[in-house]
Design a protein around this ligand. Sequence first.
Ligand SMILES: [Zn+2]
Length: 338
Amino acid sequence: MHYDYNELIPECQVLPDTTTKLIDEGGRIDWRGKKMANEHLALAYSSFDKSKAERLATCSTFLQFKVYSNGTKKLSSMNSCHVRLCPICSWRRSLKVYANIRQATEFLTEKYNRRYILVTLTVPNCPPERLTEVLNRMFKAFNRFNQLKPIKTAFTGFYRALEVTRNCNPKSPLFGTYHPHFHCLFSVKKSYFNSRYYLSHDTIVKLWEASMRRNELDYLWYRVPDANHPWQCDIRKVRGDLAKSCAEVAKYSVKSSDIIVPEDIEVTSHIAQTLDKALERRRLVSYGGELAEVRRTLKLDDEESGDLVHIENDIPTEEDYQVVNYFWFSGFRDYFEI
Ligand SMILES: [Zn+2]
């Protein structure tokens, strides 16, 4: 089975500069642009974590592709740094998350006729120095939320991914603040939408706010939210194209464009340090209930520690192919075929 990831996950689309002739999986991947972003981040890391800076700098310096007789190229080997914020590893990870969640939901749909709802659980924006504490609270709250009786009765399984965005608009009063949120996909029985255990939008938001202990936390936010104003949580039934919904929840944990300020290495360094510390030792993607069981049944590779080259289990093919190797030449800022 082959999915067109690049159609579905917008950040995978090609950047404008394609001087390098490298193409992969549809011909729209700008490896060079991604590697340049990775080098900028490596430089930013060098001021606070030399070891990760080195790992970043040596990430994806070698790429090997299989070129098939019809001209398509498929990545077959590369060196990955696995640094959380690395633009290349994050991209490969999001492809893997997408492939896994899609396989798991397809399995559940076929076997148990499950339906899905997409839920974004948010909190107000917080300043950089509060990010770690906010995340601690959110992870605890998510566990509490899943233990609540109405949630356990209504949902049969969940997938949860953390995303942190940063306000990059200098004209905004929220400039420089962070907005962490969970993208979730809950599986439900087909009968859920007409059942007595159906949860309205307002109920889900209230349960999330209660799990977060909203009333005790005003000091965490950039500014005290209006007590009468519920937190904004997007809740939608998945209709039609399940693949699109899977792509929505398989986003990057942090978009590279939120970390990298191309003209300012010091600011990039400060942002990278804040995020690196806040995300350290956290499970950014997790599964529960039926979705966790299916993940085990299908033996899906781990999204965080797994192989970032082979997104799905490759089916051995008899097709003829040639192997092509590329190396990154830092001085030329480009890949060359060797
Ligand atoms: Zn990397």
